[in-house]
Design a protein around this ligand. Structure first.
Ligand code: GDP
Length: 596
C-alpha cells in the first residue's frame, strides 16, 4: 500500500546555501496552504557551534503540509559523517532536495551525502536557491551539478532530475527562469509529483527501525524511525530487537507516540506505514533497534555504527584557579554531562580511567570531540583535555592499521602549495585537484587520521581563514610509518616508507608553473614519486613570466615551455638553491646530488 498523503524527504545543502531559510519558508507557506499552523522562529539548526563550523550534527525533523499531504523534511548532517548517520537518515526517505546556491554552485562538502543518496537510488530535486542574487549564474550551476551527478555515477533517471529555481529569502520558487515569481507552490508540487509516496504492507508484522535518538529532560530517550510495515499503537505490546545484537530481545509497551507537525512533536494514538514516528518511554531504546509485533518479530538490518577513531582525556581542572571560567568543575559534573551525551550521540564512547578525575572520551575524529568540548564549555563546564590520540587496530595478520580519512579542501589558488606541502608531510596523498570558480582550487586527499590532529589551526592560518576543510572517515589501512620530512629549499621531498615523493617549489614561492603541455602544477605540489636512491627525471622548462594566470601573483609565476625531460641536476639550474636547508644522513640521494 502507498501512503499518498505522506512524502518523506531529506534536505542536503552546503552551509549558508539557504537550507534553513527554505524550510522556514515552506513552513510559513504551509500555514497558508493549510490553516491553523503557527509559525515559530527557526530552530532547524539550534546548535550555535554547528552553525559556526558549518556542520549540522544531529538530524532534525520538520513536517510541513501542502494541501492534503504531509511532507516530513529530515535534515542531513553536513559533510562530516559522525558514525553512519547520513545513511540512517536517508533510509527513512524516498527522495532528497539538494539546495545549491545559484552563485556558489555545488560545494564538495555536500558530495558525500549526495553520493549516499544516489547510491540508495533516491530521486533528487535540485533547488537552485538565491536566484535573486545579482551574481546568480543558474545555468552554469546546473551544469556543474549535473557534472557532479555524473562523477558520482548517477543513474539516467537521477540525471533527469527536476530543477527548481528559488529565492527562499523572498519566498518563491519557479520551474523556469521565465516564470513569474509568486510563492513556493512550484516546489511543493514538484515534491508531490516527483518524490514517491512511502510504501509498505499494513497487514504485515509491524517493523519500525529506530534511526535517530532524541533526548528530552522530561521524557528521556526518544527513538525516531519510520514505520516500514504494519502499524504502531499506543498501549500495544511490542518486541524490541537489534540486528547486530541478537541477545537484545526485549518486551516493551508502547506508552507514547508522536508524529512531527511543523517544528513540534504531537502525540498520536497510532502511526501507520510511512509515518515518521517518535517513541518515548523506552529507557534503553537505541539506534538500530527494531520495534516489532510480538508475533514473529524480525529485526531490520542497518548499517553498523562505526567505531571511534580518536580519543582524548577530559580531566578535572585541579589548579587553584579552577572555577574562574566555568561553574561545573567537579568530577561528578563532568562525568554526568559526558554520560548524558551518550544518550544522543551514538558514535561517542566514554570510559572511566584509573583516575577518578579523568575520563577517556572517544569519537569520530578531532572535530567531533572538539564540538563536544566547545558545547560543554559554553554550558559552563570547566575542564582540561589531553592531546588527541588515534585508536589503532590490529589486522588479522597482527599488523598495525590506522584510521584513514578523506579530506575535501577548497582554498584560494595561492594557498594550494602550502596546503599540499603540509598535508603531504602529514602522510596525506593527493588524489584529486581541480579549479573551481572564484579563484579557488579544490583538493582531495587521503590521509591518516593522526595526520589531521592539530592541523585545522594551521590550515586556518595558512589560508588566512579562507579555506574550507571537511573530512570523512574512510576505513583502516596499514600504518604508514612515522611522520617526518625533509625540506630542500625549493626542492621538497617527503619520505613515506620505501618511497620518496618530490616536489619542485617550496610553498613560500607562490604562483604556478606549467609542466608538460597544458598541465598546470602549483608550487609546493608533489609531482612525482620514486624509490629511495633512484634518479629523478623532471620535466622542466625555463622560467618566464606568465600572462594567462588567475593567480594573484602572476609576477612570480613560472612557465615551462617547451617541455623537456631534464635530469635532476639540470632541473636544479632552474631552481633557486640558495636557501638549501640542512638535511640528515639517511636522507635521499637527491640531497647527495645537490650537495655534490
Ligand atoms: P543554511 O546554513 O543552509 O541553513 O543557510 P541559511 O538559511 O541560514 O541562509 C544563509 C544566508 O543566506 C542567510 O543570510 C540568508 O538570509 C541568506 N539566504 C537564504 N536564502 C536566500 C535567498 O534566496 N536569496 C538571498 N539573497 N539570500 C538568501
Amino acid at each position: 500500500t502507498k501512503r499518498e498523503d505522506i512524502r518523506n524527504i531529506a534536505i542536503i545543502a552546503h552551509v549558508d546555501h539557504g537550507k534553513t531559510t527554505l524550510v522556514d519558508e515552506l513552513l510559513k507557506q504551509s500555514g497558508v496552504f493549510r490553516q491553523n499552523q503557527e509559525v515559530q522562529e527557526r530552530v532547524m539548526d539550534s546548535n550555535d557551534i554547528e552553525r559556526e563550523r558549518g556542520i549540522t550534527i544531529l538530524s532534525k525533523n520538520t513536517a510541513v503540509f501542502y494541501k492534503d499531504t504531509k511532507i516530513n523534511i529530515i535534515d542531513t548532517p553536513g559533510h562530516a559523517d559522525f558514525g553512519g548517520e547520513v545513511e540512517r537518515v536517508l533510509k527513512m526517505v524516498n527522495g532528497v532536495i539538494l539546495v545549491v546556491d545559484a552563485f556558489e554552485g555545488a560545494m564538495p562538502q555536500t558530495k558525500f551525502v549526495l553520493m549516499k543518496a544516489l547510491e540508495l537510488n533516491l530521486p533528487v530535486i535540485v533547488c537552485i536557491n538565491k536566484i535573486d542574487r545579482p551574481e546568480a549564474r543558474p545555468d552554469e550551476v546546473i551544469d556543474e551539478v549535473l557534472e557532479l551527478f555524473m562523477d558520482l555515477d548517477a543513474s539516467d533517471e537521477q540525471l533527469d532530475c527536476p530543477f527548481v529555481y528559488a529565492s527562499a529569502k523572498n519566498g518563491y520558487a519557479t520551474l523556469s527562469l521565465d516564470d513569474e515569481p509568486k510563492d513556493m507552490m512550484p516546489l511543493f508540487e514538484t515534491i508531490l509529483n516527483y518524490i514517491p509516496a512511502p510504501e509498505g504492507d499494513p497487514d504485515a508484522n509491524t517493523q519500525v527501525l529506530i534511526s535517530t535518538i532524541d533526548y528530552n529532560e522530561y521524557v528521556g530517550r526518544i527513538g525516531v524511525g519510520k514505520v516500514d510495515n504494519g502499524c504502531l499503537r499506543v498501549n500495544q505490546d511490542a518486541i524490541m530487537l537489534n540486528a547486530h545484537d541478537p541477545e537484545k530481545q526485549k518486551k516493551v509497551r508502547i506508552s507514547k507516540l508522536y508524529e512531527f507537525d511543523g517544528l513540534n512533536k504531537v502525540e498520536v494514538k497510532e502511526a501507520k506505514i510511512g509515518s515518521i514516528v517518535a517513541i518515548s518511554g523506552i529507557a534503553d531504546i537505541h539506534i538500530g533497534d527494531t520495534i516489532c509485533d510480538p508475533e514473529n518479530p524480525v529485526a531490520i538490518p542497518f548499517q553498523k555504527i562505526s567505531e571511534p577513531t580518536i580519543s582524548m582525556n577530559f580531566i578535572v581542572n585541579d589548579s587553584p584557579l579552577a572555577g574562574q571560567e566555568g561553574k561545573y568543575i567537579t568530577s561528578r559534573h563532568i562525568r554526568d554531562r559526558l554520560f548524558k551525551e551518550l544518550n544522543t550521540d551514538v558514535s561517542l564512547r566514554v570510559e572511566e580511567t584509573d583516575s577518578a578525575d579523568s575520563f577517556k572520551v572517544s569519537g569520530r575524529g578531532e572535530l567531533h570531540l572538539s564540538v563536544l568540548i566547545e558545547n560543554m564549555r559554553r554550558e559552563g563546564y570547566e575542564f582540561a583535555v589531553s592531546k588527541a590520540e588515534v585508536l589503532y587496530h590490529t589486522d588479522e595478520n597482527g599488523k598495525k592499521t590506522e584510521p584513514m580519512e578523506q579530506a575535501y579542501i577548497d582554498v584560494p589558488d595561492e594557498f594550494t602549495g602550502v596546503v599540499i606541502e603540509k598535508l603531504s608531510q602529514r602522510k596525506g596523498e593527493l588524489q584529486n585537484m581541480g579549479s573551481i570558480s572564484g579563484g579557488y582550487t579544490r583538493l582531495e586527499f587521503k590521509i591518516p587520521s593522526r595526520g589531521l590532529i592539530g592541523y585545522r589551526g594551521d590550515f586556518m592560518t595558512d589560508t588566512k581563514g579562507n579555506g574550507i576543510i571537511n573530512t570523512i572517515f574512510c576505513g583502516y589501512e596499514p600504518y604508514r610509518g612515522d611522520i617526518q620530512y625533509r625540506k630542500l629549499g625549493s626542492l621538497i621531498a617527503f619520505e613515506s616508507g620505501e618511497s620518496v615523493a618530490y616536489g619542485l617549489f617550496s610553498a613560500q614561492e607562490r604562483g604556478s608553473l606549467f609542466i608538460g603541455p597544458g598541465e598546470k602544477v602549483y608550487s609546493g605540489m608533489v609531482i612525482g614519486q620514486c624509490s629511495r636512491g633512484e634518479d629523478i627525471e623532471l620535466n622542466v622548462c625555463k622560467k618566464k613570466h606568465l600572462t594567462n594566470t588567475r593567480s594573484s601573483s602572476a609576477d612570480e609565476a613560472l612557465t615551462l615551455t617547451p617541455p623537456r625531460i631534464l635530469s635532476l641536476e639540470q632541473a636544479l639550474d632552474f631552481i633557486d638553491t640558495d636557501e638549501l636547508l640542512e638535511v640528515t644522513p639517511e636522507s635521499l640521494r637527491i640531497r647527495k646530488k645537490i650537495l655534490d
